[in-house]
Design a protein around this ligand. Structure first.
Ligand code: PMV
Length: 337
C-alpha cells in the first residue's frame, strides 16, 4: 500500500468540503505553547505522528495572529511577517506555502498571509506551533468549514507537531494515537486553570539553531541507545504531571517537568552525531536554579530544542525570580482566569 501523504489526511478531514474561499478574509489567533512533558520522536515523519503523547501549557496572549486573503494576481503567495515581506525562498515562506499547498483550490491561485507574532522573538521562543495553528484556524474561517477543534488539531499537526497543541489554551494533552492515518492523533484540553502559575523566559542566545527539532529527534530516535527508555519515561511523567495539575501540587509538577526535559536532552547526548542544544550559559542558568532551590526557592525549569531556559514558578516568587534573573520575560499562562 502507498504510504499516506499529508494531502490524503486533508482529504480525510475535509471530506466533501471545498477549499474555495467563502469570504474575503480569515483571521485568527493561536497561543504559543511550552511542553511540560515533551514530544520527542515521530512514528511517521510525513504526518508528524508522535511516538508518545505530550502535555503543554499555552502562553495565554502570547502567540501568533494571522490574516489570510486570496491574491487577485501574482505568481506566488505574498507573505508578511511582523509587517515585513518575506522573500519566497526563505524557509519561513516555504513552510507557509508548502502548508497552504494542501488547501490551494488550484495551482494558479495565491494567498496573501499576514502573520504577527506576539511571542517576544528576543526571548528565543519557537513560533512554529502558534504559527501553524493560527494559519489553520484562519484558513478554516476563509473557507467557512467550521471544523471541530479536533479536526483543526489534526490539520495543524501536519504543519508542525507541536502546533497540534496550540489550538487550545491552558493545559493541553496531545494524544499520540495509534492509527496509520493519524486520525486519532490530536490534542485535547486538560482541565484545570492555575492562575498562580508563572513561566520565565531566560534568553541565552537567539542565534539560529544548528539543528532543527525535526532532524534532532529523528537522529536521536535512530541512533541513541537511550531512546528506548524515552517512551517509558513519558508514560510515567504524563500520569504524574496530570495528577499534579489536578492536585495543584507545584513541587511535583516542577520536578517532573524538569526531569522530563533533562531526560529528553540526555537521549540526544547518546545520539550520533551527538545532539546537544546547551550552551555554557544554559548550564550556568541550571546551576543557579539548583542553588536557589537548595536555598528554598520553588523554582524549576524546562528546555526545548535550543539553548534558552524556561523557568517554572508561582506568582508569589516573582520578585525573587526577577532579582536573580534580571531581564527575565515573565509569562502568565492563565491571565484573566
Ligand atoms: O513541533 P516541533 O517539530 O517544532 O517539535 C517540538 C519539539 C520540542 O519543542 C522539543 C518538544 C515539544 O513537545 O514541544
Amino acid at each position: 500500500m502507498r504510504a499516506l501523504r499529508k494531502a490524503d489526511v486533508v482529504g480525510l478531514v475535509l471530506g466533501k468540503l471545498s477549499c474555495m474561499p467563502q469570504q474575503a478574509e480569515g483571521r485568527a489567533f493561536a497561543p504559543s505553547n511550552i511542553a511540560l512533558c515533551k514530544y520527542w520522536g515521530k512514528r511517521n515523519e510525513e504526518l508528524n505522528l508522535p511516538i508518545t503523547s505530550s502535555l503543554s501549557v499555552s502562553l495565554g496572549h502570547l502567540g501568533t495572529t494571522t490574516l489570510i486573503t486570496m491574491r487577485s494576481g501574482g505568481v506566488a503567495d505574498e507573505i508578511l511577517l511582523n509587517g515585513a515581506a518575506v522573500p519566497t525562498r526563505q524557509a519561513f515562506a516555504r513552510g507557509v506555502t508548502g502548508f497552504l499547498n494542501l488547501f490551494r483550490p488550484n495551482p494558479s491561485m495565491f494567498y496573501r498571509v499576514e502573520t504577527v507574532n506576539t511571542v517576544p522573538t528576543a526571548a528565543g521562543l519557537a513560533s512554529s506551533a502558534s504559527g501553524f495553528a493560527a494559519l489553520t484556524l484562519a484558513v478554516d474561517q476563509l473557507c467557512r468549514w467550521k471544523l471541530t477543534s479536533r479536526q483543526l488539531s489534526i490539520l495543524a499537526r501536519l504543519g508542525s507537531g507541536s502546533a497540534a497543541r496550540s489550538v487550545y489554551r491552558g493545559f493541553v494533552e496531545w494524544k499520540a494515537g495509534a492509527n496509520e492515518n493519524g486520525m486519532d492523533s490530536f490534542a485535547v484540553p486538560v482541565r484545570g486553570a492555575w492562575p498562580e502559575l508563572r513561566l520565565g523566559l531566560v534568553k541565552v542566545s537567539t542565534a539560529e539553531k544548528a539543528i532543527s527539532s525535526r532532524e534532532a529527534m529523528k537522529r536521536t530516535r535512530l541512533t541513541s541507545a537511550f531512546y528506548e527508555a524515552w517512551p517509558v519515561k513519558v508514560a510515567h511523567d504524563l500520569l504524574i504531571i496530570k495528577e499534579a495539575i489536578a492536585m495543584r501540587d507545584f513541587k511535583t509538577l516542577g520536578q517532573t517537568t524538569e526531569s522530563n526535559a533533562l531526560a529528553m536532552h540526555a537521549t540526544g547526548l547518546a545520539a550520533w552525531p551527538p545532539v546537544l542544544f546547551w550552551l555554557p550559559e544554559s548550564v550556568a542558568v541550571m546551576h543557579r536554579i539548583w542553588a536557589l532551590r537548595e536555598a528554598g526557592l520553588a523554582l524549576f525549569f524546562t528546555m526545548d530544542a535550543g539553548p534558552n531556559v524556561k523557568l517554572l514558578f508561582l506568582a508569589a516568587d516573582t520578585p525573587a525570580v526577577q532579582q536573580h534573573f534580571p531581564g527575565v520575560e515573565i509569562v502568565t499562562p492563565f491571565a484573566g482566569k
